[in-house]
Structures are given as C-alpha cells and as structure tokens.
Design a protein around this ligand. Structure first.
Ligand SMILES: [Ca+2]
Ligand SMILES: [Ca+2]
Ligand SMILES: [Ca+2]
Ligand SMILES: [Ca+2]
Length: 740
C-alpha cells in the first residue's frame, strides 16, 4: 500500500465525520458511509523512494576507467597542482570492493591549495524538493586516512546541504549523510574530497552509493531575529586619528563600490581608509609586461581622495595573483631583480604624490613570503604545493630587502609593511618575520610595519594569543608599526554544521570578539605604533569567505546584507570609545578674557555716550553678545582696557564678530576694531581693516597687529566703532592671539 494514499484516505474520513457531526442543520447531508479501513494482517514493507543514482556500485564500468557510466566525474587534479589517481578497479567482493567486483580507487599524490582539489562527484542527481534524504556510501581506506563527504546544491552555487568528515579505519565502513532539500531544489550533487596530508600515497576505495527519501522536511521558517541594538553612528568619529579601513573593489571589478551608493554611504560614514581588495595586486596592475593598467585603481584612489580617505596599497610583491607572463618570466637572477624592481618602481611612482598629503599612505610591499614553519615560501621545506614563490626561487631571500629598498626609493613618504596570514597565532611564522625585520634594521633596509591579516574564526585564536603576538611586534626596536590589515571573523567553525541563519546569540558573541580584538589592539599597541585596523569587506555577502574555503555563509563582517550595522560594529565602536583618547582641544591661545561675553559684560565698558547691554537673543557663539546702541560720535562704541596684554615686537591676530541690529536706520555701515594706547602720547591704531556689516549675518573684523611701542602704557583701550552714528550693533567673540 502506498503510504500517501493511506494518509489521504484518512483525511477524507475525518472531514466526512466532522461534516456529519457539526454540519449545517438546515441542510444536513446524508452522511456518506464511512469507508472501512482494514488493516492487513502483515503489512507489506514499504520500499523507500530511492534517489536515482546510476551505476552507484560501478559495476557497469571496466577496470582502469576514469569516466564511469552515469553522472560520475572523477577530478584527480582540478585545483592548484593537486595530483592523484582516481579510477575503477576490480577486486574480489569484500576485499577492495564492498559489493560486486568493481569500486573506485583514489590515490593522492600531491595536495592542492584548497580542500576540494581532488574530488569524486556525482553531478545533477534528481531529487524531490522539501524532503529529508539519507545518502550513503561504503568506504575503505588505510587507518588514519580521511575524506570529506558532501551533499551540495549543483554548480555554480555548491550550497552545503550536508557534510561529514570521516576518518577511515582500514575496514569497510558505511558513511551516512542526511540532507534536507529545499522546496525549490530539484538536483543535488554528491562530492567527496581527498586533499589531505594523511592520504598521500594511500589508497581509498568507494563503492555502493545510494540514497532515499526519509520523510518530508517540516516547514521551517527563519525567525525574525531581534539583534542587539547598534547605536554607534560613526566608527571614525570615535577615533579621528586612528586608521579604520575597509577593503573594497572599485573600477571595472565586479561589485565596484563606485556603482553602489549604499556601500559608499557606509564607507563615508564609518571609515577613513580603504584597501584595494584585488585591483592593486600585481596581475591587475601589470597584466602584460611593461603595460600597466591603472584605470580601476585610480578610480579607487580618486574616490578616496574626494572623500578624505587614505588608501593602504596592496600589494607590490606576492607569489600569488601575478600575471602569467610574470609567473613564466625567463631570465637570470639579475633579470628577475630588474623585472621585480621595475614593477615596484612603476606602481609606487604612479601613486606617489608631491608633498606629504598623499592619498596612498602605506603599502604592503611583500605579502606572504613565509610558510607556516617559518621557512621561506619556495624554499621547499614542506610537502605543501603552495610552497612555491617565483620570487624566492629566482632571486633568493634577497628579493625581500630589494623590494623594500625599491619601494622606499620610489615612494619615500609611504609606510612600508610586510603582510602575512596566521601571524596572529602562529609563533614560528611570526618569529621568522620578526627576524627578517631585525635583519633589515641591522642592514639599513627600510621597513615601517608588520601587517597581521587576521582572517580568523569566532573565538579562535583566543585573546591572550592575539595579545602576545601583537606584543612581540610592539617590542621590536627600533619601533615599527602594527597594523591589522584584513580582519574578518567567521561564524561557522570548521567542520561543524553551519548555521542556517545568524542567531542573535551568535551575533552577540561576534560583537564581543570584535570588541575584545579592538580593545586588545589598543591596549597593546602604543599610539605611535598604531597602523590601524582594516576590515576585509563591507557587507557579509561581499566577503571572500562566502565561497572559500567551503561554500557556506560566514557573516564575517560588520554589516548585514541589507546595509544595516551588525552588533559586531557596536563591539568595535565600544572598544574605540573606551580606549581612544580623543585629544582635548588644544589649550586656548586666547589672550583676551571674556571676549565672548559668556561671563556677561564683565570688564567691558561703554565708550563715549553709547550704551551697552548684554544680549541673549543674538550670539555668534555661546548664549551672549553685547548690544551697542545710542552712539552720538563715530568713536562711540564698546571698549575694554587690555593694558599690558601686548609685548613689544610681537605680532597678534585680532578679530571680532559684529552683526548690525535690525533697528538701525542704516543698512551697511563700516565698522572696525581700534586700539587706543595711552603712553607718552595718545595713539589710535587700526587693528582691523574697515569692514562693512549688515543685519543678516555675523561678519568678522580681522587683522594682524605688531606691537611696536616699547614704552609702558597707562591704558590700552580695545574698541569697536562705526562711521555711522545710527548703527546699533552686536559684538561677540573678540579675540587676540599671538602669531607663533
Ligand atoms: Ca561495486
Ligand atoms: Ca607617498
Ligand atoms: Ca608624497
Ligand atoms: Ca558669545
């Protein structure tokens, strides 16, 4: 019996019963006879609905085959110089096949850069949406070998439905995965990845793939999550002298910020520095030898300049993302040095600006020159296929000091950084970098700072490790700068079942971790050594982590995809608030007391027959000004005796703000600030040029005055006067400062 038909029958029955009992009394239908459901004595076992995996046991193939029947794809070397052998083998059932005489065998030779470099996949397996599936495969591998078993949505999304990382035991074992398909899904892919150190030169056998429907996926709605409140209005306003950066694409690169007003709004609100995510990398700036391409990077730099942002240049010399011509460049060591130095010189010179107001203020000169064991990349001290660098291999370690010297020569006022990943927790690697810096210092090679990339996971590394690693660089003498250059914080820990949405709890954990990182940085790195903190992207969906190293969602950044700030941003802001001392305004160099009338008319007098009153309806600053009325002579006004204020030979800036009262019958009188000095004679000195004022705006009277009188004065009357007797006017912010 088909289960679904049985269910439907039951439903009809129930509806019929309800109608019979509670139906409309006026029009009571004659109850239908209730169908009798007879339970069979021994119900036939219901066969589960199977997924149609063609040739799941490889019995349709022949030995040595690498393109099996069905939608199987063997990829022994799809990524980054990974190599392996994957083919159909023949064996006795139970030995190297689980069932029948055929199975697939994988022998890993070299690992690739990423964890899916060596893969067996079954593409485009038809499934029914909205069902829970169970898939299984039998595997046998030498004890300690391992593989990652995936159920994914098809290319190009590779959305993760299920992942099992299994260590093999030497015996045949069944690997089972359950996966919930979405209503919209109609195809999935099965994938198994083998790029692991422990598999090198070992055999792994796979046989008998199958899958079937378990049941329906209960409708699950992502709840409307209430995240903790974000009140921070602007990160950069909390730390005006601290570099708060963000990496962005620009120009013709996909997702360019130039075409995205919401992103620009965020940048201009919160950040004061940009890094080019990709468009200043070598392959981008010199795609063909001798032909430099600056359109996109210039657009980024111009945008930064127009919005008072600086740019951290990334990057002159890197083993990765270099153009094919550079990768395969032919020449002896001297030719390689010339080629490398030319790239640095050309690019640095392009962005160098005359004077010290440059937009590009710092550079990652060399990126990622060391392996995790602290040896040079390219020195081949590891089995890692990423242990390759055309720079080290063709020039030797000398490429490092040569790069920094070339960079300094071309851009003398930029901070020159060495940048690398895992420095925030890997002591071997960090020590190697510190040794390099010390060598540079001993040999007069310029370097200004170390960049910690800091692509990290929630609470990993722990804060004490981060502190210790930052401290090591802080302690280098002579002092260099410390910069966090590429910060992002993954929310899914490797190997765990990924979150389907960012929960409020996890968002708050991220907030705390961002807070801890920024706080630790500010507590550890003294102000003169702070290079700043740069976040590697603006909104979560723009992060490189959306598709690397595994297709998943990581919520690593400070903004949600709808451009609203995440609790993580509040964490960042809270640390800035606590630890950045916003400089007090410079101690006032104002020599005049109560020039702003905020202490009332104290020390000010009417001059001549004028009357002066404190006015609280008009003020250039604060709450008060002085109103001058009733003048009968042009020299009448308001005055203050500043005897002894001026020193002989010194020059002063003098200024006052004046606004005409609208009860004046004149509309544009001339007003000036004058000094009457009483010493051996009486002198009248015009401190500011004659200035026309009006009733619409405050107007500044402003000038400089050099005190050339050397004799002691008995009075020095600073006063405001007007050529028009009918001019009634407000005065505020009378100021005298020394010109240094
Ligand atoms: Ca088989
Ligand atoms: Ca410069
Ligand atoms: Ca410059
Ligand atoms: Ca005032």
């Amino acid at each position: 019996m088909n289960k679904s038909i049985f269910r439907n029958t039951g439903l009809v029955t129930l509806v019929s019963l309800l109608m019979a009992c509670g139906g409309n009394s006026k029009d009571t239908p004659v109850p239908e006879p209730i169908p009798e459901v007879v339970a069979p004595d021994t119900p036939a076992p219901e066969a589960p609905i199977a997924a149609e995996i063609a040739n799941g046991g490889f019995e349709e193939d022949t030995t040595g085959q690498t393109t099996p029947v069905g939608n199987w794809v063997f990829r022994p070397d799809q990524e980054s110089s990974a190599t392996s052998t994957i083919e159909i083998i023949e064996s006795q059932e139970g030995v190297n096949t689980y069932k029948g005489t055929k199975a697939a065998e994988v022998i890993v030779n070299t690992l690739g850069d990423n964890p899916w470099g060596i893969e067996i996949a079954y593409e485009d397996l038809p499934i029914t949406g909205g069902k829970n599936y169970e898939f299984s495969v039998w595997a046998k591998g030498e004890e300690g070998t391992s593989a990652d078993f995936w159920i994914q949505t098809p290319a190009p999304d590779y959305g993760q439905l299920s992942l099992v990382k299994e260590t093999l035991t030497g015996e045949w074992q069944k690997i089972t995965l359950t996966a919930a398909t979405a209503e919209a899904d109609s195809l999935v892919r099965l994938a198994i990845h083998f790029s692991k150190e422990e598999n090198i030169n070992k055999s792994i056998y796979l046989d008998e793939f199958s899958g079937f429907i378990l049941d329906d996926v209960p409708a699950e709605e992502i709840p409307d999550v209430q995240y903790s409140e974000v009140t921070a209005q602007s990160l950069k306003a909390l730390a005006p002298n601290f570099n708060i950066g963000v990496a962005v694409p620009a120009g013709g690169f996909g997702n360019s910020i130039i075409d995205r007003p919401e992103i620009k709004t965020i940048i201009e609100q919160h950040f004061n520095q940009l890094s080019a995510e990709n468009i200043m990398k070598p392959t981008y700036l010199q795609p063909t030898q001798g032909e430099f391409f600056y359109d996109d990077s210039d657009e980024l730099v111009n945008y930064a300049k127009d919005n008072s942002l600086t740019v951290h240049g990334h990057v002159f010399v890197w083993h990765s993302q270099i153009a094919p011509w550079m990768q395969s460049f032919q020449g002896d060591k001297a030719a390689w040095i010339t080629m490398m130095e030319n790239h640095i010189t050309q690019v640095a010179t392009h962005f160098e600006e005359e004077g010290d107001n440059d937009t590009v203020v710092s550079w990652d000169v060399v990126n990622e020159a060391f392996m995790e064991n602290g040896k040079y990349r390219g020195e081949k001290t590891t089995n890692d296929s990423a242990d390759e660098s055309v720079w080290f291999e063709n020039i030797g370690a000398e490429f490092l000091p040569l790069s920094y010297k070339a960079a300094r020569a071309a851009d003398p006022d930029a901070d020159l950084y060495y940048n690398d990943y895992n420095l925030i927790w890997n002591a071997d690697k960090l020590d190697a970098v510190i040794n390099m810096v010390n060598d540079f210092h001993n040999n007069g090679v310029p370097i200004d700072g170390i960049g910690f990339q800091s692509h990290i996971s929630l609470n990993s590394p722990d804060i004490s490790t981060i502190q210790a690693h930052l401290q090591k660089v802080v302690d280098i003498r002579p002092k260099i700068k410390v910069k966090i250059t590429e910060l992002d914080v993954r929310m899914n820990n490797e190997g765990g079942i990924p979150l389907t949405y960012l929960t409020s709890e996890r968002a708050d954990e991220q907030k705390q971790y961002y807070y801890d990182i920024v706080k630790t940085y500010l507590e550890t790195v003294p102000e003169d050594q702070r290079g700043g903190i740069t976040i590697w992207g603006v909104i979560d969906e723009d992060s490189w982590l959306q598709n690397w190293p595994e297709p998943t969602t990581e919520w690593p950044l400070l903004f949600f995809n709808d451009f609203t700030a995440k609790p993580a941003l509040q964490g960042f802001a809270n640390a800035l608030k606590e630890l950045i001392e916003v400089a007090e305004p410079a101690p006032s160099s104002e020599l005049l007391t109560n020039g702003d009338f905020e202490a009332g008319l104290d020390s000010w007098q009417a001059r001549g027959s004028a009357s002066i009153t404190l006015d609280t309806t008009q003020a250039h600053s604060g709450n008060n000004s002085a109103l001058v009325q009733g003048r009968t002579e042009t020299w009448n006004g308001i005055q203050k005796d500043i005897k002894g204020l001026f020193s002989a030979g010194e020059t002063y800036n003098v200024s006052a703000w004046v606004k005409l009262s609208d009860d004046s019958t004149t509309v544009s009188p001339d007003i000036k600030l004058t000094l009457q000095i009483e010493h051996t004679s009486t002198e009248y000195l015009e401190l500011t040029p004659v200035t026309t004022v009006n009733a619409g705006d405050w107007v500044q009277l402003s000038g400089t005055y050099t005190h050339s009188i050397t004799t002691q004065e008995s009075a020095a009357l600073l006063y405001v006067e007007s050529n028009e007797l009918t001019a009634n006017f407000y005065v505020d912010d009378v100021s005298v400062t020394l010109v240094e």
